[in-house]
Design a protein around this ligand. Structure first.
Ligand SMILES: Nc1ncnc2c1ncn2[C@@H]1O[C@H](COP(=O)(O)OP(=O)(O)O)[C@@H](O)[C@H]1O
Ligand SMILES: CCCC(=O)OP(=O)(O)O
Length: 355
């Protein structure tokens, strides 16, 4: 039997959607949301109707009705900690993501749009490998400040999918191998996968800076910037996420523009870009200690992994730990759809979200 699965991955500037018939891709589309359009909304949650309508219109224009779908799956949002794998989108999840998400993030719309479309068609909706997959060991939860325990926020969907794909390539099980995965996109997060769990991570505010995020910055100076300089909360949040990293130093989040500057001999561009690689390598080194250096493979993935220059800089510094596998781009829509398919086929457990 063929299952028709709609996968929805909302990002800060785009909504990526794909339709699959079992494992066959029918179409994949990135709907761009220009900055002036996004600027009309104070909060991401307010973009719900606009994003949903765009998905529905696209589906219709491609000759499909929601009534033909078997399930809708969305990228899991900023929930309290959840397990890896599939969850049914239920009322509690919808309430949490609408009214009290851990962070206002585009991924929150994945479950909400999936739920609405699926409900109107009388079919199930799921999330898969949410950004809040939390499999940290107890020791990893200690931050040094009891008020702020560490939890897990990462690019779990792509990172786990790439590690699972790599294990398959070596003819081994994901759960029998140890990986360090660096997801190198507009935001960067790192994770260490041991015995089939993401036992520790470095979130986008704990480690390397990225094209649009500041990463870890000196804490005392950060406090001074809030209280002495008195930037408001939104400005500070933007400095960390959105206007940080490459954007703050070089005025662009596009690594290809940075590489052009480097080719033209721009010293500042090279210094900053190489510093990003240096910080990624440092993060990988940090995570290698979690598994006492016993790492089978280091995986570099995400848009930036398409850059031979950046990946060489990282590789040169971390290859002493384990061989480096470069898996450019991301695999999120396929991972969502295949996860939903395994649930529909009864091959994978469907978890119930409880707030
Ligand atoms: N061929 C390439 N070489 C270098 N960088 C690239 C290339 N293609 C995309 N990038 C960079 O990858 C980053 C975006 O990665 P991506 O995984 O698409 O992020 P996101 O999904 O978070 O927007 C951008 O900085 C972009 O400039
Ligand atoms: C690190 C949490 C997930 C996240 O930030 O995703 P994007 O980089 O796609 O915004």
């Amino acid at each position: 039997m063929d299952y028709l699965i709609l996968a929805i991955n909302p990002g800060s500037t785009s909504t990526k959607i794909a339709l699959y018939a079992n494992e066959k891709e029918i179409f994949v589309k990135t709907i761009e949301h220009p900055a002036y359009e996004i600027a009309k909304y104070n909060k991401v949650s307010e973009q719900f109707e606009m994003r949903k309508e765009m998905v529905l219109t696209f589906l219709k224009n491609n000759g499909f009705e929601t009534g033909q779908l078997s399930a809708v799956v969305g990228r899991g949002g900023m929930l309290p900690s959840v397990k890896s794998g599939a969850y049914r989108v239920n009322n509690q999840m919808v309430e949490r993501l609408k009214n009290n998400p851990i962070t206002d993030h585009a991924s929150n719309l994945g479950a909400l749009v999936a739920y609405e479309i699926a409900n109107s068609a009388g079919i199930p909706s799921y999330i898969y490998d949410s950004v809040r997959v939390d499999e940290l060991e107890d020791i990893a939860r200690i931050s040094g400040m009891p008020d702020i325990p560490r939890t897990s926020t990462s690019h779990a969907l792509n990172s786990r999918a790439m590690a699972i794909r790599a294990a398959k390539k070596y003819g081994r099980k994901y759960s029998d191998m140890t990986f360090i995965v660096a997801h190198l996109g507009g935001g960067i997060s790192l994770s260490v996968h041991a015995k089939g769990s993401m036992v520790d991570i470095i979130a986008d505010d704990e480690g390397p800076f990225s094209p649009e995020r500041a990463g870890r910055v000196p804490c005392k100076d950060l406090i001074d910037l809030c209280y002495k300089v008195k930037y408001d909360r939104t400005t500070m949040q933007k400095k960390l996420r959105g206007n940080g990293g490459l954007k703050a130093y070089l005025g662009t989040t596009d690594a290809r523009i940075v590489e052009n500057l480097i080719e033209d001999g721009n010293y500042e561009a090279k210094l900053i870009y190489e510093a990003m690689a240096y910080q990624v390598a440092k993060g990988i080194g940090e995570l290698a200690t979690v598994v006492k250096g016993k790492v089978d493979r280091i995986i570099l993935t995400g848009g930036l992994a398409q850059s031979p220059l950046l990946t060489k800089w990282i590789k040169d510094r971390v290859e002493f730990i384990a061989p480096v596998e470069i898996m450019p781009g991301e695999n999120e829509l396929e991972s969502l759809a295949f996860g939903a398919l395994r649930v529909l086929e009864g091959k994978e457990e469907l978890k119930e979200y409880v707030d």
